[in-house]
Design a binder for this molecule. Structure first.
Ligand code: DHB
Length: 308
């Protein structure tokens, strides 16, 4: 079955890709994504300077999900700008994830990365793990200022990676911002920020940074991810492509994201836990689900969720 999809005019050979942060920091990891069944190569969120990130342990996976406080370990934007033209040779879209500590960082990085011609730029408004730095995506005014500036310096399509929202009023307010600044796609959602996982035996937090607080991912966040995909699908009446992220463990999870309105999905926790073979498995499982349901493509079931 043809699992290709198109987002902001860019064709993806398959509708599954890594989530920013998962196995995508180094050149070796990015090239391995290029050789894998991933339908795109998404980079780690890049900052101005190279960063080692937060002290370890900083990632912990448990049965129903994961918690992380990586602290943006990455090679710095200049290294990714140099790598992107080489990554494009794998014949699948390259998505550059851009972060920063101030609006002017985002603008500087977006401008330089735009010149290296990724297929898409994903602006990360939702890193929860930098001590003292709030998530920009929870401040609609700051998000609008930042995105309208970034807009003026890029020519490749841009999208935003948003944090989860838990109230329709917040989704509506952000949707109006996104409409005004004319972003071309959404990635929903980033990790559920500042959760706390406790090891009762050790009477301890499981990660070191920020007293154990970190971003939650994996199976346990799927209902929150689906709710955000669905809410933004409805707010934009299906006109703005959405990449669903959160809780993709099986092909059926991919199918659920498609039903809610996603055009593609990103895989984080499952990819880190299972390795690149997860793409082969998820692809086979998705095809099996779609065939059983009588759908001939991912697009055929996009957004068709029944509301009772
Ligand atoms: C990190 C975590 C995130 O959820 C994110 O969006 C960006 C960065 C991190 O800690 O590296």
């Amino acid at each position: 079955m043809d699992l290709s999809t198109t987002i902001a005019g860019v064709r993806f050979p398959r509708c599954l890709m890594n989530a920013a942060g998962a196995l995508c920091v180094t050149r070796e990891e990015l090239e391995a994504l290029g050789r894998s069944r991933a339908g795109a190569i998404v980079t780690k969120s890049m900052t101005l300077e190279a960063r080692r990130g937060n002290p370890e342990p900083r990632y912990y996976s448990f049965g129903s999900g994961s918690i992380n406080s990586m602290g943006l370990p990455n090679l710095g934007y200049l290294a990714y700008a140099a790598l992107i033209p080489q990554l494009r040779k794998f014949g699948k879209p390259v998505v550059a994830s851009v972060a920063g500590f101030a609006a002017r960082d985002f603008v500087q990085i977006a401008k330089a990365i735009n010149d290296s011609r990724p297929d898409l730029i994903e602006i990360n408004l939702s890193c929860p793990n930098i001590p003292g730095e709030p998530q920009i995506g929870y401040d609609a005014e700051a998000s609008e200022r930042l995105l309208s500036e970034v807009r003026t310096v890029v020519s490749v399509p841009i999208g935003v990676k948003l944090p989860p929202y838990f109230d329709p009023a917040h989704q509506e307010k952000m949707a109006k911002v996104l409409e005004r600044v004319e972003v071309q796609f959404l990635s929903l959602i980033n990790s559920v920020g500042n959760g706390l996982v406790v090891d009762a035996d050790r009477e301890s937090a499981v990660i070191k940074p920020k007293g154990g607080f970190g971003g939650l991912g994996g199976a346990l966040i799927k209902p929150v991810a689906l709710a955000n995909v669905r809410a933004f699908w409805r707010l934009f009446e299906g006109r703005l492509p959405i990449i669903g992220t959160g809780g993709i463990v099986t092909g059926s999870d991919v199918f659920e994201h498609l039903l809610c309105g996603a055009s593609a999905v990103q895989v984080g926790t499952t990819l880190v836990d299972e390795g690149l073979g997860a793409f082969d498995r998820l692809e086979q499982e998705l095809v099996a689900v779609l065939e059983k349901k009588g759908y001939t493509s991912p697009a055929a079931c996009r957004g068709v969720l029944k509301e009772l």
